[in-house]
Design a protein around this ligand. Structure first.
Ligand SMILES: *[C@@H]1O[C@H](CO)[C@@H](O)[C@H](O)[C@H]1NC(C)=O
Length: 470
């Protein structure tokens, strides 16, 4: 809520915290009579223009483009599947800042009745094929938790994961364009649905013919530049036995014993590690088996998650399958989703680095682009009841994203490929005469035994015609 000031409020500004606590209820419900007074007071003061420095004191969130954008994003519920409202909000917001915005529909079998959109935005005068993309996601995990403003931090679902990244990426691009540090055909923005579940939003982008030179993914990395994140493998193990009285074990087959053998092997398995991402870790997260202490169990099951720090999913799967192949009475089933470890580019100076142990949309976007992973906030609070972000981290992230974009542009001269312009600028080649002086024939190393061809070929003239010449 926006609160402008009046002369009476200016008098109050000596005690800004008093005003703040009225304007930003920290879970306090005002009695109706006070609430009415406050509202008429607010509508009276909203008529009056005040200097911005006073606004900053009495309404720090509303007077900050970054904090108010972040607040508006967090206030809109957008649990995976229900991203329509936040996508429409972003469309309007970005259009008001001069972006050309495309809402890209994403259909999915999980949400057949829902309208879901990725939001793709390019600066006015920019091009779809801009080489640098900043991207994050607009869906959140459940349940929705309302926005709550605090003095230093902001609470609410998505306040960290990943609306803090969304807001700071947008403001960073707005500032880079305003200062003309980047041209409008250099950057674009993409905010996708479905990151928290199947990654369907980002994977949908593979069906469109977009291509980028560098993609900056926004997720909570505590303002560090990620060197990568671990891969994932999940498996379910079932053990079958035969029930009988526990006093007569020879008449039954103990499924739990089979399961214990399997899980013991997995728990003691040597799995690959890497300097960048650390150890591959294996977690037996769920076990079930048997019905009572005096019954030989006929059935047991367990679920295991492996965070892969080195090698590929397939190689780790082979190690695990190998360890389980001699265990009697069990069957292992590999589950979706799974992915290889992801190694990110981190060739930009001035950042601390980190290795993430959570999944992102990075493997869902195909292409040979450079990959950066960076964002405000900590994954440790991201999915919890107390999800929050420090306001100072939001500001720091804007600077961070700007430094990453500058870094990408400095690291190599970014070439802007505009297919439309390149088509128009194609030289028309009539015909080219090439005098071929000499043709060198190299020996293929594998075919050493073959007789040598005569190295001196005949001199000849070749006419090369452009394919489309008529
Ligand atoms: C990786 O595993 C080794 C051996 O178990 C252990 O000594 C080391 O501390 C682990 N490294 C990390 C980063 O956890």
């Amino acid at each position: 809520m926006r609160l402008h000031a009046s002369p009476s409020l200016i008098a109050l500004s000596a005690a800004p915290l008093v005003v703040n606590s009225l304007q930003l209820p920290f879970g306090i419900n005002l009695p109706a009579v006070l609430d009415n007074r406050l509202n008429s007071f607010k509508s009276a003061v909203s008529q009056i223009q005040v200097p911005s420095f006073i606004n900053k004191i009495i309404d720090p969130t509303g007077s900050s483009p970054l904090l108010s954008l972040h607040r508006d994003l967090v206030a809109i519920p957008s649990v995976t599947g229900d991203e329509e409202a936040v996508a429409k909000f972003l469309e309007k917001y970005l259009q008001s800042k001069g972006f050309k915005v495309e809402l890209i529909p994403v259909d999915s079998p999980e949400h057949p009745t829902k309208k879901r959109y990725n939001v793709f935005a390019i600066p006015e005068g920019g091009i779809k094929a801009a080489p640098i993309l900043l991207t994050s996601h607009i869906d959140t995990v459940p349940p929705f938790i309302p926005f709550k403003d605090g003095l230093r931090s902001v609470h609410g679902r998505g306040s960290c994961d990943a609306k803090a990244s969304v807001a700071s990426q947008i403001i960073a691009v707005e500032e880079l364009l305003a200062s003309k540090e980047v041209t409008e055909d250099t950057v674009s923005l993409l905010f996708v649905v479905g990151e928290e579940t199947t990654g369907d939003g980002m994977r949908h982008m593979n069906t469109l013919s977009h291509k980028w030179e560098a993609v900056v993914f926004g997720e909570p990395t505590e303002l560090k530049l990620a060197v990568g994140h671990k891969g994932l493998a999940m498996l379910e193990i079932e053990a079958k036995g035969k029930a009988s009285h526990s006093g007569y074990p020879s008449l039954g087959i103990n499924a739990n014993s089979h399961m214990i053998n399997a899980l013991y092997k997995l728990d003691h398995l040597e799995l690959p590690s890497s300097d960048l991402l650390g150890n591959t870790t294996l977690n037996v997260g769920l076990m079930n088996g048997g019905v009572a202490a005096n019954v030989i169990p006929a059935f047991a099951s367990a679920e295991v998650a492996i965070r892969i720090a080195a090698k590929t999913f397939q190689e780790v799967k082979d190690i695990v399958d190998g360890a389980l192949k001699d265990v009697e009475g069990i069957q292992a089933t590999w589950k979706h989703p799974y992915y290889d470890p992801v190694f990110c580019d981190h060739d930009i100076e001035g950042f601390e680095t980190m290795a993430a142990s959570y999944g992102t949309d990075i493997p869902n976007l195909k292409g040979d682009h450079k990959k950066y992973l960076y964002g405000p906030g900590s994954i440790l609070v991201a999915h919890g009841d107390n999800e929050k972000i420090d306001k100072s981290d939001l500001y720091e992230a804007v600077k961070g994203y700007k430094r990453i974009v500058r870094g990408i542009m400095n690291a190599k001269s970014i070439v802007v490929h505009d297919p439309a312009k390149e088509e128009a600028a194609k030289p028309v080649i009539e015909a080219v005469h090439v005098k071929v002086e000499k043709v060198e024939v190299q020996d293929a190393p594998a075919n050493k035994a073959e007789p040598k061809t005569d190295k001196e070929e005949q001199v000849e003239y070749v006419t090369i015609l452009p394919v489309d010449s008529t």
